[in-house]
Design a binder for this molecule. Structure first.
Ligand SMILES: C[S@@+](CC[C@H](N)C(=O)[O-])C[C@H]1O[C@@H](n2cnc3c(N)ncnc32)[C@H](O)[C@@H]1O
Length: 618
């Protein structure tokens, strides 16, 4: 290895430098975003833009202005923040006023999300009616080395996204905080360090053991330049300050002022508030608090209120690229800031969306991802030679990789069948296109030709309306068909390495559109079947009283245009409100015509199932 030139103290780890002594390059990719859902916005208020490509969604064009008045829409982005932040650079470099991140802390543990089932709240039937799902992994192949490599490239992109008056707040604890401070010194410059805030969660239960009880995290603040936004934030005093004597300069002499009514010295009341310091005494979220959403590493809103109030103004753009349950976004929304949030977890995105919907007068926001572009990129870097072209060999490796995760073996000499698991043949969909009806048809025909009784199709996306048609078609051909979703975790190195990847079978949804009056429509859910009930612990399954207990959320786009799902009616369960209506409100159309209604259901595992209905409204 060539000599590495070290001119000042710095933190190094294996992989930081290349063989030739140069720094490893930070991958900065620029991929197009897709808008998969818009929330709280009416279709009429949108410009008409159509994307008639193979994908089902609009591509984000970033044409809106920088204020709510000029059409700005807040953004919740589902994906790996390395690719997401890289792809935001084009439009948002130097534009974000405040970034708070609370990344995994390198604890080596997995973190969970708890969701209740059915109509009984968690308070009533703790444990028995709740399922605990893995929300994210905080395990790193090469321990601290992999963790630092992961954080270092993200911090350098974060810095470029910050505006000149912006600050980064990085929430850490004892595991890696000291290393991350060194990294930040390198990325921002030591002179840009502003504060090390101690969050003292004084009410944490003592844990015992041989070390002093840990009762604090710390938050490192770095500013992009000397001219950073900073506001005075006040907190109540534990005890009001002592009254102080009023003094004035009279004839050049400091003189006490006499109160004419008492004849004594005049006093002013002691203050009840004081400016916050860098030690924040804030309790953990109480287990019965309305704020709690079941996300294990959720932070209190009062903590984020201080960050947002201290370092941004109304209308500023605030971002959190490890947003978890969406605490930063909820606080930014309530304090009138614009926001961008990102997380790679299905649960995180679902929980955040519900949390924001629960905020009164929440402004419209969009849910985006990098869809097929993220998958193509992953396929290129994982199986391609130069990270770009996907050769036949790379394609073969991709198929073999998915088959292995699914517990199947590759087969050769078939045109449309890629593998076999027990009695079932397997077909795997491409990363960059939805599985189509004709694609399944030819795979079914090949099964018939080879006298194979069962076919499993693994896909990333699905052509609209395929489920019912294909199940029928397969029955006629005498082949048992299962359609399974390839989960996003496949692209997460650590999840895949641990075999921590579940392929959920597509759920069956039955709904009916009714037309109670002239020009109206109403949707009634009739049935919902999750084929993978074996994934639910037995004792929980026994608590499921009816099919609707598996539904956590459902929403309707009354005028779906084969692009972005525009949520115009929604119902969902919360920790407090467990009841879920199975009949929607009645929607009134402006004029008669043919409309396409899209119904989207999210189940208790966080998976989506959609169904379209073409209706004639008179
Ligand atoms: C400690 S939690 C954040 C909790 C959050 N502050 C809250 O109040 O709910 C860290 C989050 O980072 C997310 N995460 C980890 N790696 C990520 C990545 N590469 N891209 C996006 N999100 C990531 C995890 O899914 C997890 O939700």
């Amino acid at each position: 290895m060539a000599k590495v030139e070290i001119t000042k103290a710095e933190l190094v780890w294996p992989g930081k430098y290349n063989e030739d002594g140069t720094l490893t390059e930070v991958p900065r990719v620029n991929l197009p975003f897709q808008v998969i859902e818009t929330v709280n916005e009416s279709r009429a208020s949108r410009e008409t833009k159509k994307n008639k490509g193979e994908m089902l969604f609009d591509v984000y064009e970033g044409k809106e202005g920088d204020t709510f008045e000029k059409g700005w829409k807040n953004k919740l982005i589902w994906g790996d923040n390395l690719l997401v932040m890289g792809s935001l650079l084009g439009k948002f470099a130097g534009k974000i006023d405040l970034i708070y991140i609370d990344p995994p802390f390198a604890t080596g543990a997995d973190f969970s999300f708890t969701t209740e089932i059915g109509e009984k709240g968690v308070e009533l039937e703790k444990e028995q009616s709740a399922i605990e799902e893995k929300a994210y992994r905080d395990t790193w192949g090469q321990g601290m080395d992999s963790y630092l490599a992961m954080m270092s490239c993200r911090l350098s992109i974060l810095r470029d996204l910050l505006s000149d008056t912006g600050s980064l707040y990085l929430h850490v604890d004892w595991h890696a905080g000291h290393y991350l401070k060194c990294l930040l010194d390198e990325v921002f410059g030591q002179e840009r360090f502003r504060n090390q805030v101690i969050w003292w969660y004084y009410d944490k239960f003592p844990t015992g053991g041989n070390v002093l009880d840990r009762q604090h995290d710390f938050i490192l603040q770095y500013a992009k330049s000397d001219k950073y936004t900073t506001n005075k934030v006040m907190e109540p005093r534990v005890q009001p300050g002592r009254p102080t004597e009023v003094r004035k300069k009279i004839d050049g002499k400091i003189t006490r002022i006499i109160d004419p009514t008492t004849g004594g010295t005049t006093f002013v009341e002691g203050t009840t508030e004081k400016k916050i310091s860098d030690v924040w005494r804030i309790p953990l979220i109480n287990s019965m608090s309305d704020e709690r959403v079941g996300y294990q590493t959720q932070k209190p809103e009062t903590l984020l209120e201080r960050v947002v109030a201290a370092s941004s103004q109304r209308g500023d753009l605030v971002a959190d690229f490890f947003c978890g349950s969406g605490t930063t976004l909820a606080v930014a929304e309530k304090l009138g800031r614009r926001w961008i949030g990102c997380d790679l977890g299905r649960w995180a995105i679902h929980v955040t969306r519900k949390r924001l919907l629960g905020i009164e007068n929440c402004k419209p926001f969009e849910v985006l991802n990098l869809g097929k572009y993220e998958r193509q990129y992953w396929q290129g870097v994982t199986f391609g030679k130069n990270g770009k072209t996907v050769t036949e060999q790379a394609l073969y490796e991709y198929l073999a990789f998915i088959l292995k995760l699914y517990g199947a073996q590759p087969v050769s000499g078939m045109a449309h069948l890629h593998g076999k698991k027990g009695k079932a043949m397997i077909h795997i969909g491409a990363v960059d296109a939805p599985v189509t009806i004709s694609e399944i048809d030819v795979a079914l025909d090949e099964c018939v030709k080879c006298k194979q009784p069962e076919l499993h199709i693994l896909g990333w996306e699905w052509e609209m309306g395929l489920y019912d048609l294909m199940v029928e078609a397969a029955k006629k051909k005498g082949v048992k068909l299962r359609l399974l979703q390839i989960p996003r975790e496949v692209m997460e190195q650590h999840a895949a390495a641990k075999g921590d990847v579940r392929f959920f079978e597509l759920a069956y949804l039955e709904a009916k559109v009714e037309k109670p009056k002239k020009l109206t429509a109403q949707v009634v859910l009739k049935d919902f079947v999750i084929p993978n009930t074996e994934l639910i612990p037995d004792e929980v399954r026994s608590k499921v009283k009816k099919w609707s207990d598996y539904i956590d959320y459902w929403a309707i786009d009354w005028d779906f245009q084969n692009d972005t799902f525009m949520q115009s009616w929604v119902a969902y369960r919360t920790r407090k409100e467990r009841k879920l209506p199975l009949t929607s409100d009645t929607h009134m159309y402006d004029r008669p015509g043919r409309y396409r209604i899209l119904v989207k259901v999210i189940d208790i595992f966080g998976n989506d199932t959609s169904q379209v209905f073409d209706v004639e409204v008179k």
